[in-house]
Design a protein. Structure first.
Length: 214
């Protein structure tokens, strides 16, 4: 079983710890974890200068910011394989970290806009690897409604209609809908919730669906 996880840059302080614990879990349970890094603080300088560079340059610089976070996550005592192709995911073992630049260059289909961030890129890589869902691990519990309460499940069609998308990029709901995919948003500051999602247990999270699935 392969599990695609997008690990947000907002969790940089504990990102390596999460990757190491997930590695141990995957090895014990015969799983394969594909970690897609966010951009986090590595992408902020690019946004500051976005008015001085073209959209396509900003896009590829932001993708390379994901590489920086990926290299950061892979650094340390535990050797985490780095993968730069979809084919490489097939032989990556129980865990790997994706560096997405070459994958996106090979299939340059995503718009060059800040509406597309590592969220949509993670969905794209999940689709290319044959998966229909992925887990977005971030620093919040999920998407909140107008009263501040957590939305446990929402169809992406409804999310597209909302001006405020919460903690996902603007393109992700459209991408999920077009490709009939789903995504679960979970708070990585409470690591046991990640395992709850993987094992199918009820937990605090938001599930984005593109059909009438339960």
């Amino acid at each position: 079983m392969t599990v695609i996880l997008k690990l947000g840059g907002s969790l940089l302080a504990k990102g390596r710890e999460l990757v190491h614990s997930l590695s141990d879990y995957a090895e014990k349970h015969a799983l394969s974890f594909v970690i897609i890094p966010g951009g986090g603080p590595f992408v902020e300088p690019i946004k500051k200068f976005s008015d001085r560079i073209s959209d396509d340059t900003a896009h590829w610089m932001a993708v390379l910011a994901m590489h920086q976070y990926g290299l950061f996550l892979a650094d340390g005592e535990l050797e985490i394989p780095l993968v730069e192709s979809v084919d490489g995911l097939k032989n990556a073992g129980h865990i790997c970290i994706v560096l997405p630049y070459k994958i996106l260059k090979d299939d340059d289909c995503l718009p060059y806009t800040w509406d597309v961030t590592s969220d949509t890129i993670a969905a794209f890589i999940a689709r290319e690897s044959g998966e229909k869902s992925f887990i977005k691990v971030t620093d919040v519990d999920g998407i909140l409604d107008e009263n501040g309460f957590l939305i446990r499940r929402i169809n992406v069609k409804e999310l597209i209609e909302k001006e405020h998308k919460g903690c996902v990029d603007a393109e992700l709901p459209r991408f999920l809908l077009q490709n009939k995919m789903s995504c679960v948003i979970v708070n990585g500051n409470v690591p046991e919730r990640i395992l709850d999602v993987i094992e199918g247990r009820e937990t605090v999270c938001t599930k984005l669906v593109s059909s009438r699935e339960k």
